[in-house]
Design a protein around this ligand. Structure first.
Ligand code: ATP
Length: 216
């Protein structure tokens, strides 16, 4: 199945981690096989979309049987590269950054924050929620030394572009950007922006105007 991944549409790719999480929950509950309608019920994604997505992975459910949960999990693990641990750096340990350090993604993923940076930290570093936090002057040195490719950005807006430029210089591959700034970076760098106030505003708009997903 893994060889099929190049042709997976972007909308489908974005649902991969979600499928992975739900399938893990089903596997943890001891379920061996699952139908698209059961997944649909749990994930609130319509069954036809799930069947179409899964067909892109070469996973074809059998009528009356559904999908083998372990086969699917193995595929998602390989495709999402979740067999390997991914180390992440967090930049900006304010209110949001501290919450991420405390949460640290460990329940469902092999992804973890291993280092953080904030000007409030001394150069020699300090420990917050078991994670070392260093002054941003140490950023390039530590990120290179720890071979980190992924950064979560929770700095104030005014600092976001400057930090991004520095991350470009050391070839960091991806930024999960929680600032409202539209960051400028070369094409090879992948930036996903999650602007929490925009997300909330659009949710309020959709609720007020009773917009359904099918109308988008
Ligand atoms: P706080 O109340 O601790 O300031 P906040 O989330 O309200 O938290 P922000 O102004 O959004 O504060 O800043 C988030 C964090 O980013 C702060 O801890 C701040 O010290 C840190 N920060 C500011 N500039 C930089 C920078 N250049 N590099 C890394 N972190 C930075």
């Amino acid at each position: 199945m893994a060889g099929e991944t190049q042709r997976i549409p972007q909308a489908t790719s974005k649902r991969l981690p979600l499928y992975y999480r739900f399938l893990q929950n089903f596997a943890n509950a001891g379920k061996k096989r699952i139908s698209s309608s059961e997944l649909s019920e749990a994930m609130k994604i319509d069954a036809a979309t799930i069947r179409r997505d899964f067909s892109h992975f070469g996973a074809l459910g059998r009528k009356g049987y559904g999908y083998d949960v372990n086969d699917l999990l193995q595929f998602f693990r390989q495709t999402l590269d979740q067999d390997e641990e991914t180390d992440v750096a967090l930049i900006g340990v304010g209110s949001l950054g501290s919450a991420f350090l405390k949460y640290n993604f460990q329940k469902n993923h092999n992804t973890r924050i291993v280092v953080a940076f904030d000007p409030k930290a001394p150069k020699e570093g300090k420990i917050v929620s078991n994670i070392p936090v260093f002054h941003p002057d140490m950023m390039e040195e530590k990120i290179k030394e720890m071979n980190i490719n992924l950064v979560i950005l929770t700095v104030p807006s005014r600092a976001a572009q400057d930090i991004t430029d520095r991350l470009v210089e050391i070839d960091v591959k991806g930024i999960l950007n929680f600032t409202p700034v539209r960051l400028t970076a070369p094409d090879w760098m992948r930036i996903h922006t999650i602007d929490l106030s925009v997300e909330l505003q659009s949710l309020i708009y959709f609720i007020k105007n009773d917009v359904k997903d099918s109308q988008l």
